[in-house]
Design a protein around this ligand. Sequence first.
Ligand code: APR
Ligand code: PHB
Length: 399
Amino acid sequence: MTANTSNPGIPRRTQVVIVGGGPAGLLLGQLLHRSGIEAVLLERRSRAYVLGRIRAGVLESGSVSILREAGVGDRLDQEGIPHDGCFLSFANKGFRVDFAGLAGRSVTVYGQTEITADLYAARSRSGATTVHGVEDVTLGDIDTASPHVSFVTESREHRIDCDIVAGCDGFHGVSRKSIPLDSMTQFERVYPFGWLGVLSETPPVSDELVYANHERGFALCSMRNPQLSRYYIQVGLAERLEDWPDARFWDELRRRIPAAAAAELVTGDSIEKSIAPLRSFVAEPMSWGRLFLAGDAAHIVPPTGAKGLNLAIADVRYLHEAIVGFFTGDPTVLDTYSDTALSRVWNAVRFSWWMTNTLHRYPDQTEFDQRMQETELAYLSGSTSAQRVLAENYTGLPL
Ligand code: APR
Ligand code: PHB
């Protein structure tokens, strides 16, 4: 590392610059550190801000293995809750899909916020450079063998030269936008509804997640731990948070979930409430020159299949292998990164789209569409083969 005389903490040169300190950027930094590769991580926000974001919390078994291999599995193993199945419901009647029995794998419920906290703690221990509060991040010469990243922090301009730039800066970041539009194809579906989510310090209504199709709209019962529940209901895109006091939320949730669960539901004050739109998005390819995209920077899935975080983890696993190859004399793996990651991405995009279509009410849904949805769910409830397809995809296709 060559020291930067104007700010000794920020080097002028490193091997990899990681843009974005969400789960994708942090995990990549951790894996690279363990492989002896130097990476500087640039994050627009403060650490406290990143750790305050409430995101999903279902990990595929492959994601759990990767986090363990990265050396951040201890708390996950202690506090993560293994789930061997989940419930689906329609018309207030639920049925269980047995992940362990049908796919031989389970999932683990452990909040993304906790993973991010574990990764930041590991990064601090590693002594690797992390710069928070960066502004005006610009990627330069990424189509050459000598890329660089410029940014401003504490009113000073900096430039870091590197071999590789990892774009892990989420959907709204600068990395994807640095690829010329004529070198990239973008695929998008914006769904005509959102999810209103509530976090509450109440015991979860069920030991396993409940995904509910209902004529009033989709609902999901999830959790973070035995005292912390996470619930969602489908709402129209024009809905405003101020029109959803807690009592109205609980009433609506109760109407949409299986009758047995509604009878058991423990309600309380919400400690977080937000509305998120649903979108599917893929940018192809996931690399350009020496820039490699990972996670939400390259793709977005609706949360219905719980795939967003898992895809980010899988991308990072592939990208880490490719970068190690590059620095150990096999640069060809970098060329295949995009295709390898995208084949997994498209499977998860398809699965999340199918879950979303099967469980949500569309504004223009006809009686025919309605029957198709109900017939699909009825078939699923009675067919082990159909449930196996769901179990295999939900718990994660092999990496
Ligand atoms: N410079 C530096 N950092 C940036 C910039 C920028 N120009 N733009 C955005 N960032 C930061 C954001 O502040 C954020 O912390 O990049 C980070 C991106 O993190 P996420 O949005 O969490 O994306 P990712 O790490 O790919 O995580 C995958 O899985 O469950 C899903 O969407 C969920 O966040 C989740 C994702
Ligand atoms: C969550 O717990 O926040 C969660 C769980 C499953 C999903 C989406 C979100 O499919």
